[in-house]
Ligand binder design. Sequence first.
Ligand code: PSU
Ligand code: MN
Length: 301
Amino acid sequence: MNLSEYLQLSPEVALALREGRPVVAMESTIISHGMPYPQNVETAQACQRVCREQGVTPATCAILDGKLCAGLTDEQLDFLGRTGKKITKASRRDISLLISQGMHAATTVAATMIIAAAAGIRVFATGGIGGVHRGAETSMDISADLDELSRTPVCVVCAGAKSILDLQLTMEYLETKGVPVIGYRTRVLPAFFTATSPIELNWCADTPEEIAAALRVQIQLGGGMLVANPIHPTYSMDEAEIRAAIENAVAEAKRLGISGKATTPYLLAKINELTKGSSLRANIALVLGNVRLAAQIANSL
Ligand code: PSU
Ligand code: MN
């Protein structure tokens, strides 16, 4: 893979990479499709501040005018946040056409991993990853994020996966694809809004240094890795409340016939509406926690 002719690094990101200083990548679909305006832009800004506080350069990624951008200006972040769901949500399959047609798009975990790897960025913080959707045994709706994790040498820090997905099948798929999933100070997979799920993990780490050491090997092996960082207990949601909201949102999506790449954004917005904004507060808190951990991993790499 050589995408360097399509890359556009911000001056700050280019300098940090040239000098071998730590950089953390962040995605933009979480801004355009994952949260409402203006909290989306405020969160993106807060993520960049958390990075800088740790001495790490933030590289928020997107596709603008057909360029693979790493490091965005405030104006570009605001554009993505205001445009919201009207901007294309880009995964691996969309990249060639977006570039050849000079278009704009927000990047998912999969597309952001591609940009990060092309730029030489090894650590990437997000909220939740895409996964195997409930009912995938008939819909075959499995996020391209999972295949990307198997092939692209980037460490993705997330808060586990939302139970809008089938968590057990998501873990089975990651195992088949050879993706290491490391719990950060936890032995079970966190479930995004809550810190725990019944699913036991094979690996856990107590320090960012341990994760960085494994990442060095994984890069040589030739694939990505997933770090699951539980939401801080202060912000963790009530289990019954979030379960009810998710069940309700999944049923409503089915009733409305929502499918394909519209599914995840629809469910996120519906859950936020049903929980009267408390899921959004949790979402913002866990993203910031993931950025902090990603910055620590990048620092020890
Ligand atoms: N899960 C979340 N929040 C998100 C997403 C997933 O909890 O914002 C976004 C990410 O950008 C992820 C994408 O890469 O949705 C996955 O979409 P799909 O399931 O269509 O592959
Ligand atoms: Mn899908």
